[in-house]
Design a protein around this ligand. Structure first.
Ligand code: JA5
Length: 281
């Protein structure tokens, strides 16, 4: 996969060189390049912002540097892409019919980025991330870009950041770890996707007793059936406590009797294969 990130703070993306994603780059699984938006300005002061039409606080990112930068990265003629250019067919061919790269624009006004989004985007050939700053990017850039990209404004959640860079770090890690060969043990991915939209169960390691706190005895029992059931019930308990919204979507269609009882103890009945919170609970 090829990933391009455009930002006025390219050094903010330095962590992508480290750890899991850095390893994926070294192994040639991920071809990632960070671009400085100011390199696509033409004025002496390398200006990327201006005052907002209609008035109001703050500044807005000017459209032309973005058009120059995005055109360059879409064409793959901007900076080292790892392997030298063999002069062959370009990866994506623009407005004809060929696969367009996906342009992801972090924004609190975007569509929510979820694990499902990460899986979707992990199937793409090329992703381009456009990091806004100030009050955001002139809206016409997103309209124009639709000619060359599938444009996806994306939000991590309902909170404010000063720019898109930190959101891009999170999204690239979430996507990158799904690429074949990036996570050493693919079972750790399988186990996650198994979780059926529930929170994970709690984990423990040695020592079995620490500061007067014991690891739950069932985990030392060697009874793998009981351990699996205990972990599942812990997932239910945690999800009911912390993220009851997730239980609305939970498929309770074919739960074993013990699991129905666990949910009943948490104040939920199974009705038509769905969990229903008891009003009295
Ligand atoms: C702010 C110019 O999902 C949380 C997010 C906050 C935020 C994002 S994503 N992008 C920006 C931005 O500010 O571009």
């Amino acid at each position: 996969m090829r990933i391009d990130v455009v930002s006025i703070f390219p050094e903010y993306l330095a962590p992508l060189e480290l750890s899991l994603i850095g390893k994926a780059r070294q192994d040639g699984l991920l071809d990632l390049k960070v671009h400085d938006l100011r390199d696509y300005t033409t004025d002496r002061h390398r200006t990327v912002d201006d005052t907002p039409y209609g008035g109001g606080a703050g500044m807005v990112m000017k459209p032309e540097p973005w058009a120059q930068a995005l055109t360059a990265v879409a064409a793959g003629r901007s900076g080292d892409a790892g392997a030298p250019d063999d002069g062959g067919t370009p990866e994506s061919a623009g407005p004809d019919g060929a696969a367009k790269p996906v342009l992801i624009v972090p924004s609190p006004a975007g569509e929510r980025f979820t694990q499902a989004t990460a899986h979707q985007l992990a199937e793409e050939d090329q992703l381009v991330f456009a990091c806004g700053r100030y009050e955001g990017i002139d809206e016409r850039v997103l309209e124009w870009a639709a000619e060359h990209f599938t444009v996806r404004p994306m939000s991590l959640g309902d909170y404010v950041l000063n720019g898109g860079e930190v959101a891009v770090l999170a999204m690239v890690e979430a996507i990158g770890r799904l690429l074949p060969g990036v996570v050493g043990n693919p079972e750790s991915l399988v186990e996650e996707s198994h979780s059926d939209g529930l929170l994970e169960y709690p984990v423990y390691t040695k020592p079995s007793s620490w500061r007067d706190r014991d690891v739950p005895a069932v985990l030392l029992s060697g009874n793998h059936g009981k351990i699996a059931q205990w972990r599942r019930h812990e997932q239910y308990r945690r999800t009911a406590e912390r993220r009851p919204d997730l239980l609305v979507e939970f498929d309770a269609g074919k739960l074993p009797r013990a699991d129905r009882t666990a949910f009943s103890d948490l104040g939920y009945d199974v009705v038509d294969g769905r969990l229903l919170r008891r009003p009295d609970a």
